[in-house]
Design a protein around this ligand. Structure first.
Ligand SMILES: Nc1ncnc2c1ncn2[C@@H]1O[C@H](COP(=O)(O)OP(=O)(O)OP(=O)(O)O)[C@@H](O)[C@H]1O
Ligand SMILES: [Mg+2]
Length: 245
């Protein structure tokens, strides 16, 4: 097996007359944490939307574990081992956090409710969620994110797409969230493509970074190298951005 798990070849995405992605090539290695960064509107979430099948690319091809997945639907993508944590959590508000995860497990695996509940409690414990019986509107944003992560883990992914997991969290919550993503990667062996604006978190955790701007890949490499690239500073970081971990 090669060490490339996901490969995007010459990916284009047009919305009406607007080109959101313009010929993106990207390789993701098995087991790595790849940071995907860039200014608002750069095309980061769109690229995740193409990988997990919410949209099909206008042009280009996507391969996972050597098999083409271009244009497959989200539930098919989930079943072959790619899960998504969304920028804005979208739980079912009328049921408990536990039942949100149970529902995801039953949908993805067909397990009976009792076995699904046992697995859901294990996942919620893994992500550090202490209030499984509460409804999502009764818990903090950090706990909503934990539940969202547990739901994504419910399909047993090999690759997890994480979109702005740190947004809206305070510094100590960010530190805990960094540790949690690290645990997902190291203990469960799950590859991460992680879109984030919180640069110190990216600097501390991502092994490699891809930078998008206006739908184009403008840089790629180790975080400490990428933050020195002139185009990246001009398009995104600014000269006085604090990037130390
Ligand atoms: N469904 C859509 N229809 C029309 N335009 C869209 C659609 N989805 C995204 N776009 C446009 O594509 C561009 C890229 O959007 P995208 O959400 O991928 O940016 P992003 O890099 O994730 O930005 P942010 O950091 O603000 O989340 C934006 O100009 C956006 O308005
Ligand atoms: Mg986005």
């Amino acid at each position: 097996m090669t060490d490339v798990q996901l490969e995007c070849q010459e990916i284009w995405k047009r919305f009406g007359g607007f080109e959101a992605l313009k010929g993106i090539d990207m390789e993701v290695k098995r087991g790595e944490i790849l940071g995907l960064i860039g200014p608002n509107g750069a095309g980061k979430s769109t690229l995740l939307n193409l990988i997990n099948g919410i949209y099909a690319p206008t042009k280009g091809r996507i391969f996972f574990d050597g098999n083409e997945i271009t244009g497959k639907k989200p539930h098919e993508i989930c079943r072959i081992g790619i899960a998504r944590v969304f920028q804005i959590p979208r739980p079912f508000y009328e049921m408990s956090c536990l039942d949100n995860v149970v529902t995801a497990i039953v949908f993805n695996s067909g397990l009976d409710t009792a076995s699904a509940e046992k697995k859901a409690l294990e996942l919620l414990e893994f992500v550090g969620m202490k209030y499984p019986e509460r409804r999502p509107d009764e818990v903090t944003l950090q706990d909503k994110r934990r539940v969202e992560l547990a739901r994504a883990l419910a399909c047993g992914p090999k690759l997890l797409l994480v979109d702005e997991y740190m947004a809206g969290l305070n510094p100590s919550e960010i530190q805990e969230a960094v540790e949690l993503l690290k645990k997902v990667n190291k203990e469960l062996g799950i590859t991460l493509i992680w879109v984030e604006h919180v640069m110190p978190a990216i600097m501390g955790l991502a092994e490699r970074v891809v930078v998008l701007d206006h739908g184009i890949k403008i840089a790629e490499g180790r975080p400490e190298e990428v933050v020195k690239v002139k185009k990246v500073i001009e398009a995104y970081l600014g000269s006085d951005t604090a990037v130390e971990a």
